[in-house]
Design a binder for this molecule. Structure first.
Ligand SMILES: Cc1cc2nc3c(=O)[nH]c(=O)nc-3n(C[C@H](O)[C@H](O)[C@H](O)COP(=O)(O)O)c2cc1C
Length: 217
């Protein structure tokens, strides 16, 4: 039985790996990590993201080609395509509001306000051409949750930006959907390599107090 590390240690020790063992991922383990994608927070709780698990060998090969031949897509037993859904908020939101009310998280008024104010917020994004950017935020935080859950379960992950979006969309059957955008590919499996930490710039380069560029003291 693996000892699970504290969260901060899991975050520090996670590495992007590019070599995977071919062992398939048990469904229960895949379910466990995908549940964390569903659990991830999202703007207005509109959950404007989804994830497609690509496991079929032919589809993995097609996805590897769409990802500039990156070997991790070919090797890993599953690659997850995180999808930003730019227009799903236009659907009826009764299920989201109903669940929040049943859970005691939102009252009826709050649910109504969220639905109307949220839709107004989204309309404004649409007018400014920002729907994609905002849906990508939801998709990326879901991917981050999955990366950490996978690390916690002893799995390796490889996040990727290097792919042709039109080709990726073809592989997942979304080529005719202008409302869906690929946000991130994430190969997941048993790692076949150990990677050293490439390091980060010093904290003072990245973390500020009150004003951007001013040291946090
Ligand atoms: C959004 C994003 C896109 C990335 N795209 C690729 C990619 O296409 N191919 C690749 O080999 N690594 C990719 N990486 C992995 C980074 O190179 C890696 O995270 C970085 O070097 C830091 O290493 P670490 O993840 O082990 O800490 C990506 C990482 C992120 C967060």
């Amino acid at each position: 039985m693996r000892t699970r590390l504290p969260l901060a240690e899991t975050i520090r020790s996670r590495r992007s790996v590019r070599r995977f063992r071919p062992d398939p991922l048990p469904d229960s383990l895949l379910d466990e990590i995908l549940d964390t994608a569903v659990e991830a927070p999202s703007s207005w709780n509109f959950q404007s993201r989804s994830v497609v698990a690509v496991r079929d060998p032919g589809n993995r090969e097609a996805l590897a080609r769409a990802a500039n031949g990156q070997r991790q897509v070919r090797e890993a037993p599953v690659t997850l395509v995180f999808v930003a859904e730019t227009d799903s908020w236009r659907e009826a939101l009764d299920d989201i509001c109903g669940t929040a009310v049943r859970n005691g998280a939102w009252n009826d008024g709050c649910a109504r306000t969220t639905a109307t104010a949220g839709a107004g917020f989204q309309d404004d994004l649409a007018a400014r051409g920002l729907l994609r950017e905002y849906a990508v935020k939801d998709a990326m935080i879901a991917a981050t949750y999955v990366m950490l859950a996978a690390a916690d379960a002893g799995l390796g992950t490889s996040p990727m930006n290097g792919w042709d979006e039109a080709e990726v969309k073809k592989v997942i059957g979304a080529e005719h959907r202008d409302d869906l955008a690929a946000a991130l590919l994430l190969s997941v499996g048993r790692p076949a390599e150990r990677r050293a930490h490439p390091g980060r710039r010093p904290r003072g380069h990245t973390v500020f107090g009150e004003r951007h560029g001013r040291a946090l003291v």
